[in-house]
Design a protein around this ligand. Structure first.
Ligand SMILES: Cc1ncc(COP(=O)(O)O)c(C=O)c1O
Length: 369
């Protein structure tokens, strides 16, 4: 395949292979040097080819948010999966157990007695066992057991011979985008104090409890300093987005410099009949609107600014006394929020320089069940 990325039909997603590799290696090395394991979250990239790359360079497994994501990963031959979201209905648990049959090393996070009972009953019927993590609320208040009832729930899990309690999961999502690095550090360490205390107790109760899985891209270099934490379930670092690039980091109070934007959306100027702006072919159907505004990074130093302009289009203007791009010009944007934007596309075009070198299907796209 020899094609220039600027000849692709837009809007489309490209992944800069050199930047992607550098992001993957950098996280793997940092986590490894801290003596921790890496279990990257596939909910970000929704791509089994990318998950395989993460495993090939040292990840101990990958995370899936939902059962249908796990099913697709299993079909693609990936077997070390942690399902991080709760599964609480009989029909979904039946799908989880079907997938477990094909991938016996799969784990799931649990946060309720009902979820535990249904899972144990389904496993009992099929004479199977499954590893589980106790999901703890680390302040996000989304999923996860409250501290007060955590040890009771752990006891309940331990009372079921079909389940093996392997440890805890505690994702502090509310902390990840706090702009100031120092405030983020304080809040993350504080949020993980109570899960850490519970993990210590569980290790004393059951020797199978050896996993403490937590962290995200915004706190990876903070959370690896927690001695009890055993693995990081980071996601966005692989591809990055404008929301993450806008927060401070240990190295730079204004910008997140630990990883570079590998993911770009290409969009074309399709109309240029107005004074002061041009219209591009990427709108809400190809760019998920969340938090930060997409950043135009190519042409470089063009001072171009993207603005929302409905379902199909974007409005591009100039921040200073510079020229607007001509009709037909292809622009490169860093997306607002990588996960939901990726979920709008079928494939990544892998690029090296401006050459398209490969295509990876976004095969977990739409797997929200
Ligand atoms: C449970 C869980 N773990 C890990 C992550 C990865 O976080 P990030 O993309 O910030 O690295 C997410 C993202 O939302 C998540 O929901």
């Amino acid at each position: 395949m020899s094609k220039n990325k600027y000849d692709l039909d837009t809007p489309c997603l490209v992944l800069d292979l050199d930047i992607l590799e550098s992001n993957l290696q950098s996280m793997q090395t940092t986590v490894g040097m801290a003596g921790k394991n890496l279990r990257p979250h596939a909910k970000t990239h929704k791509c089994s080819a990318l998950a395989k790359r993460q495993l090939a360079i040292g990840a101990i497994g990958v995370c899936a948010a939902k059962v249908s994501e796990a099913e697709t990963l299993v079909r693609e031959g990936i077997d070390r999966i942690l399902v991080t979201g709760p599964v609480v209905t009989q029909q979904k648990i039946a799908r989880l157990v079907d997938a477990l049959e094909a991938a016996p090393a799969m784990m799931v996070a649990v946060d309720s007695r009902k979820g535990v009972s249904l899972l144990a009953a389904a496993l009992h019927e099929r004479r199977m066992r499954m590893d589980v993590l106790l999901d703890l609320d680390a302040g996000l208040a989304r999923t996860g057991a409250q501290t007060a009832g955590a040890l009771d729930l752990a006891d309940f899990i331990l009372s079921h011979s079909e389940l093996r309690l392997r440890g805890i999961q505690a994702y502090a999502g509310q902390v990840q985008h706090i702009p100031s690095f120092d405030a983020r550090k304080r809040t993350s360490l504080q949020s993980l104090l109570s899960p850490t205390a519970i993990f210590r107790e569980l290790r004393n109760i059951a020797e199978s409890c050896t996993i403490f899985s937590a962290s995200g891209t915004g706190t990876f270099d903070i959370d690896i300093t927690i001695p009890e934490l055993t693995e990081l379930q980071v996601g966005s670092y692989a591809v990055m987005d404008a929301e993450y690039l806008a927060v401070g980091s240990a190295q730079d109070p204004e910008r997140f410099v630990s990883f570079a934007p590998a993911l770009r959306l290409l969009t074309t100027v399709v109309s240029a009949n107005q004074d002061g702006f041009v219209t591009v072919d990427a709108g809400l159907k190809s760019l998920y609107r969340d938090g930060a505004v997409p950043q135009i990074i190519s042409p470089e130093n063009s001072h171009l600014v993207y603005n929302w302009f409905g379902d199909e289009y974007g409005k591009v203007s100039c921040s200073g006394d510079f020229d607007l791009p001509a009709l037909g010009t292809v622009l490169e944007l860093v997306t607002s929020h990588c996960d939901p934007t990726i979920n709008l596309f079928d494939r990544f075009y892998l690029t090296s320089g401006s050459e398209v070198v490969d295509i990876w299907p976004i095969d977990l796209r739409g797997c929200s069940q």
